[in-house]
Each structure stands twice: as C-alpha cells, then as structure tokens.
Design a protein around this ligand. Structure first.
Ligand code: NAD
Ligand code: 0WE
Length: 261
C-alpha cells in the first residue's frame, strides 16, 4: 500500500509528458493517490484528458488561474466529484516571453512585472483561498514549484526571478496562516528541466550542460526526481515540514567553487 493511499490531489500545470506536473502526478499515483487535473485552455484539454486517463483519472477541469471566477468555477466543478481534497499541486508560471531575455532593467515593464507576479505567485494564494473550505479537517498539503533564480541573479530569468522570490515568501505566509488548520505549505526548488516552459528559452541547452558540469551529482534533474519529492511532501511522512523550500537540484545550490585543478 502506497504512502498516499486515501489522499486526493488536485494538480494544476499539466501541459505535456515533459511537465513537472506529470512527474508529480505519476509519483503520487504510484503511491496510491487519487488525482484530478486542471488545464489552462482548450488547446491543452485533449492532451490533459489523455494523460489523466493513463493515471486512472477522469476529473479534468478548465482553469485559467488569471481570474478568481475561473478558479471558483474549477472548484465548483471539482466539488461534483469530491467533497474534500487533501493536496494542491501548483505547477504554474508565466511571464511574457520578451522579458525572459536580455538586460533585466531594460526589459522589465510594469505590465510584465504584474503578469509574472499574478500568474506565478498570487495564483497559488488564490487557489488556496478559494479551495480552502474543501480542505477543511483534512490536514492538507499545498506544494508549489520554484527555481534558484528567486534567490540568485541569473541571466535572462529576469522578472521571473522576482516572481519566484514572491512565491517563496508566499509559501511562508501561507504556511503561517494555514498551519493552525493543520495544513502544510511548501515549495520545491527544482533544477532546470527541458519542459515546454523551457523550450524557446535561448541557450537552454547550454544552461543544462553548465548545470550538469557544476552540480555535485554531475547530472540534470528529472521530473521523476521532483515527483518523488512532491509525493513525500504531500504525504504524512512530511507531517512536520511546512513553510519550507526543498531543493531538488542535484546539489547545485550549495556550490561555492569547484575543487581547484
Ligand atoms: P510546463 O510548461 O510543462 O508547465 C507550466 C504550466 O503552467 C503549463 O501547464 C501552463 O498551462 C501553465 N500555465 C501558465 N499560465 C497559466 C494560466 N494563466 N492559468 C493556468 N495555467 C497556466 O513547464 P514546467 O517546467 O513543468 O513548469 C511547471 C512549474 O515548474 C513552473 O512553476 C515553473 O516555474 C517551475 N520550474 C520549472 C523548472 C524548469 O526548468 N522547467 C525549474 C524550476 C521550476
Ligand atoms: O520557471 C521557469 C520558466 C517559467 C516560464 C517560462 C516561459 C516560456 C514561455 C515563465 N513564462 C514563460 N513565458 C513564455 O512565454 N523555469 C525555471 C525554466 C527557465 O526559464 C528560464 C530559465 C529557466 C531555468 C528563462 C530564462 C533563463 C533561465
């Protein structure tokens, strides 16, 4: 019997079989969880339905996280299947593509800043808030995905770095607010992975090879690595962990300098 038997998880952010959300869904299913999925738009509906079916789920609901109305509608639809749920996976981020390249100061607009923060940070709070009553008395686990660019200046990550910094602070404030109800809130800081969100980012392959050369484990991170950690954080095995940012990055963040010669 898996360590997530009897748990119900809502997963937002599935777009392809390379998505981090897919790695998380697979790992949680392996451990016995029941799954439900949201998708951003009709373009993704068919693909997400097919992937959900592979994991024995027929709960697939539209949810563009940019409005409370859409999020409300998604929980309304979910409530037709489940009265309560135990776990929210937030694997969503967006900034305008033009702002993820070049000089941060020159490239960052007011509108791009607002969009990045709204979609990549605030939406986690919004989903927690609007779905809160469905988590009542369940000792829930809420998990989001971050990146080291929240804490260190990285080339081209630009305004997304600020949005991830906001997201990591969001995790701490949500953990404090929801802890008295028994809910835990954590983030996973994943190393770079070639997903759709990474496709079309200039020099991504070079970033991956630099990462591989410098990470203590001398390899890149897989969606299975991230999925297994998310399954752990979702489970009662992690009952004492909240407000944390857990690195799944092959140790990359701990390096100061490589051994000389
Ligand atoms: P992905 O493209 O597979 O997933 C991103 C998801 O965000 C997509 O499913 C997309 O539909 C969704 N999304 C964007 N805007 C949305 C909106 N308005 N409403 C609803 N959904 C919306 O890419 P991924 O790499 O799996 O990204 C998932 C998460 O992991 C993101 O938060 C990303 O920042 C984070 N992350 C990615 C990496 C990486 O290198 N790939 C590393 C660390 C963290
Ligand atoms: O968080 C991310 C990517 C998030 C992302 C990706 C896109 C591409 C398509 C947010 N918004 C958009 N908007 C689009 O139009 N990662 C951690 C992956 C990533 O993205 C980078 C990276 C890394 C790593 C962008 C520049 C530099 C490094």
């Amino acid at each position: 019997m898996g360590f997530l038997t009897g748990k119900r998880a809502l997963i937002a952010g599935l777009a392809s079989n390379r998505s981090i959300a897919w790695g998380i869904a697979k790992a949680m299913k392996e451990q016995g969880a029941e799954l439900a999925f949201t998708y951003q738009n009709e373009k993704l509906q068919g693909r997400v339905e097919k992937m959900a079916d592979e994991l024995g789920s027929s709960i697939v609901i539209p949810c563009d996280v940019s409005t409370d109305q859409a999020i409300g509608g998604a929980y309304e639809a979910l409530s037709a299947h489940w009265d309560k749920y135990d776990c929210l996976i937030h694997s969503v981020a967006f900034a305008p593509k033009e702002e993820l390249v070049g000089d941060y100061v020159d490239m960052t607009t007011r509108a791009g800043f607002n969009t990045a923060h709204e979609i990549s940070s605030y939406s986690f709070t919004a989903m927690a808030r609007i779905g809160r009553s469905m988590m009542q008395d369940r000792n829930g686990s809420l998990i989001t995905l971050s990146y080291l660019g929240a804490e260190r200046a990285m080339p081209n990550y630009n305004v997304m770095g600020l949005a991830k910094a906001s997201l990591e602070a969001n995790v701490r404030y949500m953990a404090q607010a929801m802890g008295p109800d028994g809910h835990r809130v954590n983030s996973i800081s994943a190393g770079p992975i070639k997903t759709l969100a990474a496709a079309g980012i200039g020099n991504f392959r070079k970033m991956l090879s630099t990462f591989e050369a410098n990470a203590p484990l001398r390899r890149t991170v897989t969606i299975e690595d991230v999925g297994n950690t998310a399954a752990f954080l979702a489970s009662d095995l992690a009952a004492g962990i909240t407000g944390e940012n857990i690195y799944v990055d092959c140790g990359y963040n701990i390096i100061g300098m490589q051994p000389l010669e």
